[in-house]
Design a protein around this ligand. Structure first.
Ligand SMILES: C[S@@+](CC[C@H](N)C(=O)[O-])C[C@H]1O[C@@H](n2cnc3c(N)ncnc32)[C@H](O)[C@@H]1O
Length: 271
């Protein structure tokens, strides 16, 4: 009995020595290691900065990275004063991200959760900063489109099949050899419809993502629109020699029109 107890104690001691040794080994991820829906390949640090620059991340932002890897993008955003959330499926990567945030004294602003990116609540993001495959992006597209107008989506290299970026930026200075381009989309407000400009005058708009098509009817004259687009809740279009700019809130657009007789205010109400 006594001999068995001694053997068990030795065995437990051996297990705890092994556990202690394992605990001391820092977890080191390997580039290309499998992930649930996409492998881990880290965004180069220079491109992280280019992405945050392109999205104009400030201290007022709440940045979410879906598939946050070692947390580098969220930690970099936190260094700019933003708050950020990384959602990562691999629990060891989550623990690593938390350790790195802690080491940078940024745990209060850079938080990480273990979870599936397709189930994460992203509704409060002002910026989505991501590095995912096109198939992942297409699956997430309806959720990105449902974000508040003006939310910026910035991606390492990959984009959407039918939604062109609003802007692109490449890492400058040759510091990057692979995956060197950042793409930016700004979630557009919904502008489609027939808008009344007062009296019989109307603006008719159809919309594909940030691009608008349509015409302006003043009196009995229809003028097709050119250069018509949304950038968040900002609207711009030209009709003949007049350039309209404005802001959309709900079913009202207000702004200024230049050209012709100078500059004037305009207002439109969705019918
Ligand atoms: C290409 S890496 C990008 C890492 C990081 N965003 C960056 O730019 O350095 C993709 C990450 O997504 C994670 N991932 C894969 N499928 C996921 C899922 N369904 N939910 C959350 N994370 C996932 C992987 O473990 C990996 O860390």
């Amino acid at each position: 009995m006594k001999a068995r107890a001694v053997a068990a104690a030795c065995c437990l001691a051996a297990v705890s020595v092994t556990a202690a040794a394992t605990a001391q080994q820092p977890y080191t991820p390997t580039v290309g290691q499998p992930g649930k829906d996409v492998v881990w390949v880290p965004t180069p640090p220079e491109l992280v900065q280019t992405m945050l620059d392109l999205a104009r991340v400030t201290k007022d932002d709440y940045v979410i990275d879906l598939g946050s890897g070692d947390g580098r993008t969220i930690i970099a955003a936190a260094r700019r004063g933003a708050r950020g959330l990384g959602v990562e499926f691999n629990p060891e990567m989550v623990a690593l991200s938390r350790r790195l945030a802690e080491a940078a004294h940024l745990s209060d602003r850079a938080t990480f959760v273990q979870g599936d990116m397709f189930e994460a609540d992203i509704s409060k993001a002002t910026v989505m900063a991501i590095y995912l495959l096109p198939a992942n992006l297409e699956k997430l597209l309806p959720r990105f489109q449902a974000l508040a107008p003006g939310t910026r989506i910035v991606s390492n290299t990959f984009g959407f099949e039918e939604w062109d970026p609003d802007a692109r930026a490449a890492v400058e200075g040759g510091a990057c050899s692979n995956w060197c381009e950042a793409l930016l989309w700004i979630v557009p407000a919904s502008a489609a419809g027939v808008w009344s400009l007062g009296g019989p005058d109307t603006l008719t708009l159809t919309q594909l993502h940030q691009v608008l098509y349509g015409s302006l009817r003043i009196g009995d004259r229809d003028t097709p629109l050119t250069n018509a687009r949304m950038r968040g809740d900002h609207v711009t279009f030209s009709a003949g020699d007049r350039v309209y700019t404005g802001r959309l809130a709900g079913d009202t657009m207000t702004g200024t029109v230049t050209g012709g007789a100078g500059t004037a205010a305009w207002t439109a109400t969705r019918r």
